[in-house]
Design a protein around this ligand. Sequence first.
Ligand code: UYC
Length: 229
Amino acid sequence: IPSDIAELQEKFTTNIPKNQLQILPQLVATGLAGIEFLSEWLQQQRSTEPTIVGGAVYQALYQSELPTAKDFLDREFPTGVVPLASSVGIDYTQLQQLLAQRNFQAADKLTNEKLCELAGKDAVQRKWIYFTEVEQLPTIDLHTIDALWLIHSEGKFGFSVQREMWLGMSKNWDKLWPKIGWKEGNNWTRYPGSFTWDLTAPKGHLPLSNQLRGVRAISSLLSHPAWEK
Ligand code: UYC
């Protein structure tokens, strides 16, 4: 291994997450050596909880055109790095795939469908979730959905991100909306065309919660016991 590549690898291994994310594209640019190194690194992370950096490495391998990377992921991480746990037998494979493909719009729609499924048949029929149904949503499933968004967005998206921002603004919705790009001045962002369906979006932008029926549902969701540490 050329010494500059070895140095990048060493830097990646020893650095804090923020710097690891910065080094990642340079490692990928080193080609096969970088891909093999990152595969091994990801394999070693198996024993720990999934992390933002782990998600970014998975994503880098997923997006690389190299068959080595594809074979590795198919073999070792066929459903990604987040365990797809559900306490009610719901399958999150498709959500994981859409997020891995960076199809954030379809993933957002599916997330809403999954929340309805979790809430029960009334919600599935109505196609939106009523605020009184939110409290009973299973914590394990909310954690899975949130971890999928978080880990496939370098920590940018997810309910837990929205919750932290909301709490940081003393639960003031009028402050939160512009911060997460849901409102600008007096104008609500129009669904779907005016939302930003990629990682250039502001922090907390996704997943969406339609505000047509008021804040009670998102308020319950961001207050769910699942997010208590
Ligand atoms: N929409 O404006 N939204 C829809 C958002 C509002 C409206 C869906 C988010 C404001 C209508 C999603 C925002 C508003 C429909 C979102 C937003 C409004 C619709 C599809 C910024 C008018 C068709 C899923 C807060 C002033 C509804 C769904 C229907 C759809 C998301 C209008 C995900 C985050 C107050 C008319 N909007 N929504 O829920 O029943 O239908 O056909 O929030």
